[in-house]
Design a protein around this ligand. Sequence first.
Ligand SMILES: Cc1cc2nc3c(=O)[nH]c(=O)nc-3n(C[C@H](O)[C@H](O)[C@H](O)COP(=O)(O)O)c2cc1C
Length: 306
Amino acid sequence: MSVDLRVNLGGIALRNPVLTASGTFGYGAEFMPFLDLRRLGGIVSKSLTLEPRTGNLPHRIAEAPGGMLNAIGLENVGVDAFLGEKLPALPADVVVVASVFGTEIDHYAEASKRLSASPRVAGLEINASCPHVKSGGIEFGQNPKLLSALVRAVRRATQRPVLVKLSPNVTSIAEMAKVCEAEGADGLSLINTLQALDLDVETRRPLLRNVLGGLSGPAIRPVALRMVWQASRAVKIPICGIGGIMTAADAVKFLICGATAVQVGTASYLNPMAAAEVVDGIAAYAQRHGVGRIVDLVGTLALPGA
Ligand SMILES: Cc1cc2nc3c(=O)[nH]c(=O)nc-3n(C[C@H](O)[C@H](O)[C@H](O)COP(=O)(O)O)c2cc1C
């Protein structure tokens, strides 16, 4: 039996439901020596700002139990260099989602507009885990009013599919999901990293120069599954599940909890072929379970008593 792996993520047609997560796969070309990018559903770029950014000083990465801490500080080449140098390096039939980030709403909107002018950009992913400077550093994704204004501005700036990547550092993910849907988002990506801190007990110094970092990897997977499940029950727009996916079984869990697609992040640091292996494993799982179309697996969590 051949399995139909195609999914539609809010208007972005994918040959299979596996993308790579922003910031963990460079701009794609870095991984071309390891795998044919066309085996993937798509890739999500490092978050892009209007101007290039150098990011934080080291140490920017540290090991954590079951994952890693990072505070890269959103180092990136900027929108123009991405469009002029990074995108053209990719094979024409690789689906590219551009991740967008800014410290002001206008910056997000302008970056979205410029990226949307390229026919190679299949969609945008709005990284809402960025501190809003005018509000004293609260993340856009932590405040429903700010999030609403952000999605509205980006929605006006582009005709391309817009995915909003939610911050998990909130009390109610369902509320944030509803805000995005109401402002016209085509889909949601979740979760970004969980705010975290670790230190060296002998020196009493934080492991990261930035003091706080984001926790990713298998340690956050159950939290991510919970949030995907809650968000999928709150909105009708499709969800891209992210958080600690190391294997195909992990990815399938996200589909069952209501995600239409998934992203592989930290796993690519351990194994650059991880995302492609997840694609093959999902197909094998579907075959083993007699699932002809992968979309039929989405949201099939067997609840107790059902
Ligand atoms: C080193 C590193 C850099 C990241 N950079 C970004 C980024 O630029 N934009 C973004 O939206 N998420 C970024 N993320 C978050 C990931 O895309 C993903 O949401 C998170 O790591 C959870 O997935 P994982 O556990 O599979 O890594 C980064 C994560 C890591 C580990």
